[in-house]
Design a protein around this ligand. Structure first.
Ligand code: F6R
Length: 360
């Protein structure tokens, strides 16, 4: 039942604090340490998934690469054939699938496995095909996701992948015990931060949704961790609000996409408290110079500064970027949801989409 919410999507967005608490409680520390060591020793790491789960995978890729120094190749499962000559013994693959039944991911898994790769599944459905056929499975524990647009399973996947990446970094000696403990402590705060993000921003996002609801096109720009979060935000907007939303690395926006920007064209900037802040500020100014409508999901620490250049600032109360990705996803989900509603659409029944895709 929708328990008083007008749609499953909204209910599931609001279930995230609980879904994240349960996922964290279900993660076995010993298992994470073991997998972290395997990831640290792997020759290559392949991450494969589709849609939203692929975007979670890209966050895992960024962290495994930058924090753990791993050699990671992330690809949409339907393109697995490209990697078959490079995959083999000594490699580890992570297959991410909420449903555990997506045919593209399943075919990629089988191919990787027969090449001799050790396969770890991340899924929300116990004993579904993908975890069953993998060597090892880790579960997100969000409860069933009914809304076609993935929401709570995405943030739970981010949590699991981030913890695995930190564990790999620890195994490689890039993170010491104190840093690892600090990190897990921060992760334990995430459900509360998500709760606060919901409470503090929902009304504001409803207003932003009303003002973008007549747009036919928009951009989501980010750098670093901000890129996969932008890609996921844009996918949500396309899926439920049917607005042509495209995500770009903010640095790429000058190399073509900016040609479309004119007065009131919505551009959503995802900015973390990281080394990309200044470059992102420059990108906001470029877009404002073309009269774009600039929305920013930003860290609280940059609020005073970026408030001056953005039309709308959505400040998030967590500064550590690797942890903040989870909370940052929430305003993206709400924006897609309320934009769909403002356009008179039913976000639970997006046209042409099925919850689980079982054809290639
Ligand atoms: C997006 C969405 C799809 C799925 C994709 C993979 O909201 O629902 O893009 O993420 O079809 O599904 P799973 O994770 O079940 O393999």
């Amino acid at each position: 039942s929708k328990e008083g919410y007008s749609h499953f999507m909204l209910k599931e967005i609001h279930e995230q604090p609980m879904a994240l608490r349960n996922t964290l409680a279900g993660i076995e520390r010993d298992e994470v340490t073991k997998i972290g060591a395997e990831l640290a020793d792997a020759r290559h790491i392949f991450i494969t998934a589709s849609g939203t789960s692929l975007h979670a995978g890209l966050i895992g890729d960024y962290l495994l690469t930058t924090v753990a120094g791993a050699d990671v190749h992330t690809f949409t499962s339907s393109e697995y054939r490209k990697y078959m000559k490079t995959a083999g013994e000594g490699d580890v693959a992570i297959v991410v699938s909420q449903s555990g039944e997506t045919i593209d991911a399943l075919l990629a898994l089988r191919a990787l496995k027969s090449a001799g790769v050790k396969v770890i599944a991340i899924s929300n459905v116990m004993d579904s095909a993908i975890p069953r056929e993998s060597h090892l499975a880790i579960y997100t524990r969000t409860g069933p996701e009914i809304g076609v647009a993935a929401t709570k399973t995405f943030t739970a996947q981010l949590m699991v992948l981030t913890i695995l990446a930190m564990s790999a970094a620890a195994a490689r000696g890039y993170v010491n015990d104190d840093e690892a403990a600090y990190f897990m402590n921060e992760m334990e705060q995430v459900p509360d931060v998500v709760q606060a993000t919901l409470a503090n921003n929902e009304a504001k996002i409803k207003r932003v949704a009303a003002s973008i609801s007549r747009a036919s096109s928009m951009y989501y720009l980010g750098r670093g961790l901000g890129l996969p979060i932008s890609m996921e935000g844009a996918l949500k907007m396309k899926e439920v609000a049917y607005i042509h939303a495209e995500a770009y690395p903010a640095g790429e926006s000058k190399h073509g996409p900016i040609a479309l920007v004119e007065k009131s064209f919505p551009v959503l900037f995802t900015i973390f408290n990281d080394e990309y802040g200044e470059a992102m500020e420059g990108n906001i100014m470029e877009m404002k110079a073309r009269d774009a409508y600039a929305i920013g999901v930003i860290p609280k620490s940059l609020e005073e500064r970026l408030d001056k250049v953005l039309d709308i600032a959505i400040p998030i109360g967590v500064e550590e970027p690797a942890i903040a990705t989870i909370a940052y996803s929430v305003p993206m989900q709400l924006l897609a949801y309320y934009t769909a509603v403002a356009r008179g659409l039913d976000p639970d029944k997006p046209r042409n989409l099925a919850k689980t895709v079982t054809v290639e």
